[in-house]
Design a protein around this ligand. Structure first.
Ligand SMILES: *Cc1c(COP(=O)(O)O)cnc(C)c1O
Length: 383
């Protein structure tokens, strides 16, 4: 089976991990700070906090942004459930903003309309979590101007997007947002096995996330109430978690990061090839504005046919050994979210997108011959 995505592990990656295994510290050593420094230097965000998954990073980002019981968090419905769950962890209420049918990202127009409506009914969101779907940035400048007008905070769920750019700046620079979150799950752009990172230019947000990543415990006398009892002393000053990344993971991350640009280049070459090869087929690919560089985590396309055709295409490609997938089932259709009372009719673009969506295989190791085979199978299944 040609998978829809897979990691690319080199001998150097393996050696980097083995070196940590032979060292004194498997966790809480020097590799995690090195990885944080490398990622923040790469993307231009000032502070980076490595954790055990992007889901944890999203949770910490929400907590640091003040999300709590009674808060309102908006996100895209076409995303992995974690983009919304993180707000529920904090006791907040979640709502969705419909997508743009061409970029598959949150629609700035829908966002603006929804904000206008929310202002009238006095229920403006506290935080907006934008998702750079498939690695392609949302229109951050426009979204930022709405943030300034309506006063919400912005978290970028860039789980798909490390290595991508918005205009002249790398995703993660946080010019138009408060915090950016990356995922290092093996299907994503670079991997640490499991892992994630929150990047920010705000030192206070970074400090909060660092504290909460490790039980809410501090060893910094300045943060304590009273004087330390001695050298062993620490204080728990918040209710935190164990969301730490291990040094084994971070060493793999540092090694992977050194190949990030070549991964992005390869993914872009393959994506461009897909565009050319499917141009005559009754499908459309994601529209990526010319000034941006997508990280191309996945290659989703929309079939221009009924839902039944999508099932047929999916089954036929799978039977032919092509591991297509669907990204994503709209979050509001999940039974857990349905119980919260969402009306699918409020998100017509997301629903229509879902019914035609299919993800074609894309990863740096995908050969041109395999890609040709994928497209010929797709063509065949659409006949
Ligand atoms: C993968 C993913 C996550 C969760 O990442 P983990 O590292 O697996 O926790 C969150 N949001 C989006 C959009 C993702 O694709």
């Amino acid at each position: 089976m040609i998978p829809y995505g897979r990691q690319d592990i080199s001998d150097e990656d393996v050696d980097a991990v083995i070196d940590v295994l032979r060292s004194d510290f498997l966790t809480q050593g020097q590799c995690v700070p090195s990885f944080e420094k490398a990622v923040s230097e790469y993307c231009g965000g000032k502070y980076a906090v490595a954790v055990n998954s992007a889901t944890s990073a999203l949770h910490l980002a929400c907590l640091a942004s003040g999300v709590t019981k009674g808060s309102l968090v908006w996100t895209s419905p076409i995303t992995f459930v974690a983009s919304a769950n993180c707000a529920l962890y904090c006791g907040a209420q979640v709502d969705f903003v419909d997508i743009d049918p061409e970029t598959f990202n949150i629609s700035v127009n829908s966002l603006e309309q929804k904000l206008k409506q929310a202002e009238l009914t006095n229920c403006l969101p506290d935080v907006l979590i934008v998702v750079h779907f498939a690695g392609s940035s949302c229109d951050m400048e426009q979204i930022d101007s709405l943030r300034q007008r309506y006063g919400f905070k912005i978290i970028e769920d860039a789980s798909h997007a490390i290595g991508g750019s918005y205009g002249d700046s790398k995703i993660g620079v946080c010019i138009y947002s408060d915090i950016t979150v990356f995922s290092f799950h093996p299907v994503k752009i670079i991997t640490t096995g499991e892992g994630g990172m929150a990047v920010t230019s705000d030192e206070l947000l970074a400090d909060k996330m660092r504290l909460l990543r490790s039980h809410g415990i501090t060893r910094d006398a300045e943060c304590m109430s009273g004087d330390p009892d001695g050298g062993w002393y620490y204080q728990q000053i918040e209710l935190g978690f164990n969301y730490r990344m291990t040094d084994v993971q971070a060493a793999l991350g540092v090694s992977q990061l050194s190949r990030l640009d070549s991964f992005i280049q390869k993914r872009n070459q393959l994506a461009l090839r897909y565009y050319e090869m499917i141009s005559a087929l009754p499908v459309s690919a994601q529209c990526v504005p010319g000034e941006n560089l997508s990280a191309w985590h996945i290659f989703p396309v929309r079939l221009h046919a009924g839902k039944e055709i999508r099932v047929k295409v999916y089954n036929q490609l799978r039977a032919a050994g092509v591991g297509v997938n669907v990204h994503y089932i709209p979050v509001f259709l999940q039974p857990y979210y349905k119980k919260l009372g969402f009306d699918p009719a409020d998100f017509p673009n997301a629903l229509e997108y879902y019914h035609g969506a299919i993800t074609l295989p894309l990863y740096p190791g995908l050969s041109v011959a395999d890609q040709d085979y994928v497209v010929s199978c797709l063509e065949e299944s659409l006949r």
